[in-house]
Design a protein around this ligand. Sequence first.
Ligand SMILES: [Zn+2]
Ligand SMILES: [Zn+2]
Length: 387
Amino acid sequence: MTATEEIKAGIDVFVEKSSRRLEEIWENPELAYEEHIAHDTMCAVLEENGFEVTRHAHGLDTSFEASFGSGGRLMIFCAEYDALPDIGHACGHNLIGVASLTAFLALASVLKVTGQPGRIRILGTPAEEHGGGKLDLLKAGAFEGADAALMSHPMPSHYYHDTHGVVGAAGARLVAKQSKLAEYRGRTAHSAANPWDGINALDAVVAGYNNVSLLRQQMNPTQRLHCAIIDAPKRTNIIAGQTSIAWQCRSPKMNDLQSLTERLCACLHAGALATGCELNLKDETAYSDLLINDTLCGLYQSHMTGYSQNILKVDPEYIQASSDFGDSRKKGVVTHHWSFTEAAGSDVAFQICLTVGKCLALCAWELLSDDSKYEAAVTDWKIARSE
Ligand SMILES: [Zn+2]
Ligand SMILES: [Zn+2]
């Protein structure tokens, strides 16, 4: 049998044995670092398929790890499974978990049969939507020794269909992101009896917000600033003594992100200055922009074509959200919205995920078994990093 046939056979066994159990992840959406059901379900499926699993891996309660193979290069499949507050799996991370699990099980079955040198690992990577679990895992050494790490991300397929007539993209240019938390401290007073004795922390948030609104018209269209008020007053008759607001800045490259972040900070400081509040500005998670690897994108695109799925090699535009391959063809479906939650739980999405997993497995297989393709991918990575 060829690698492709072996991978198909491996997947069929997996689908028969375990795939339905994975629906539990979609049915029970869990927030960042609290993905206990997802963690237990993924671990159970791996164990059912005969793999030894390290639960609660790398000091993270909801991370896990399983490995297979020996010698050769090391490929890591990253499995996400966190959801969003109130809107469930509106980013489809349940599908990322399924695709990566599919890839791991399929490629393990090929390595078993062929005896090809090479090691593969599935790594449970919690907390993508909030906190940055992969950064924790990176710090804990979970990616040490890896030659490549692979993952997919669902997108509504009309996103690419309308503009390019295809259902997805192998490479997506994801922008860099910096998060900031602004905590304003003022002084409480009675809102009617003696407001002049108060220092209004709500006004500081509002003034900072308005400053950012003015800044937006001077920003590059590829940049974004968006926020959520975290701590707001609950009473109208008290001048707010304490408030906080979380901001996120996004820009295509890290360098531009830095100057945008400085401009945001100036707006927030101005809010404090105007109202007389103290400002405590905290740095939260920063994500680097995603580099495009031409060789890897080409491999993935050609395998998807083999399954009659036409996708772009690389999305020419920067997208302000997540990457890869979509599910429902329905119009009006957008990520971080209920419409996508529904799509992410559909049978169509699940079936496409299995295809995505097979193609990830085939890409990893080529990186393990073909030195020239691996070297080409490394060269692309070095070029992308130096740009
Ligand atoms: Zn998301
Ligand atoms: Zn996402």
